[in-house]
Write a protein that binds this ligand. Structure first.
Ligand code: SAH
Length: 214
């Protein structure tokens, strides 16, 4: 008999049924305790396949979308990954188990501080949480094997694409801030950038600059 609570078994089934097939991604989704990334009031809903509210009017993404974006990144153990939009830190935790290092950037100080403390407590040591603006990544951070944007961008900034190494992959929700966006995957090759549209999604907007509110 499995000692898994039924909602966690359903969680895996839902991800598989919706088309996630990468075993490493499925194992990771099983291993990261989403209940530690949601508000106390939402803890009992942590394994539902839905986005939930967090502090500063933001959201932790729907598990299917987290798994799907992660699968699309085709992560390898030595990859250096950039995430724009730390939020709760959940997506960063998922990425960190499948790659070498994650730099994640958040424009709300409260969320950045909260995520940093949470990830440290949970023992994720290959994640750096930075308070800052994802539209303005410090040059000193270098280039990345993978870039994942978890807030809606009206378009992908050219200078963000330029931070990909050759062979690198970027994934971002692109479209209007209100309504639906399309998940876009950009691959950098020797000749330039290959762009592919994947599925429709809904994300909170990516806004320029650090937040004035805490
Ligand atoms: N990946 C998160 C959910 C992201 S919600 C998780 O796993 O919980 C989107 C986040 O992007 C919000 O917290 C929002 O504040 C942040 N964000 C929006 N614009 C940003 C920008 N320019 N730079 C950094 N973070 C940004």
């Amino acid at each position: 008999m499995s000692s898994e609570p039924p909602e966690k078994m359903m969680f895996q089934l839902t991800l598989r049924r919706r088309g996630i097939s990468d075993q490493a991604v499925l194992r990771t989704m099983e291993a990261v305790p989403r209940e530690n990334f949601v508000t106390a009031a939402d803890r009992r809903h942590a394994y539902r396949d839905s986005a939930l509210g967090i502090a500063c009017g933001q959201t932790i993404s729907q598990p299917f979308v987290v798994a799907y974006m992660t699968e699309q990144l085709q992560l390898q153990k030595d990859h250096k990954v950039l995430e724009i939009g730390t939020g709760s830190g959940y997506q960063a935790a998922v990425l960190s188990r499948l790659c070498g290092h994650v730099l994640t950037i958040e424009r709300y100080r409260t969320l950045a501080d909260g995520a940093r403390a949470r990830l440290e407590k949970l023992g994720y040591h290959n994640i750096e949480v930075m308070f800052g603006d994802g539209f303005d990544i410090p040059p000193g951070a270098g280039d990345f094997d993978r870039i994942i944007v978890t807030a809606a961008m009206e378009q992908i900034p050219e200078k963000l694409q330029q931070r990909l190494v050759t062979g690198g992959i970027l994934i971002a929700p692109v479209g209007p801030h209100q309504g639906t966006q399309t998940l876009v995957r950009v691959t950098r090759n020797e000749g330039g950038f290959d762009r592919r549209e994947l599925v429709d999604v809904r994300f909170v907007p990516a806004l320029p600059g650090i937040a004035r509110e805490l």
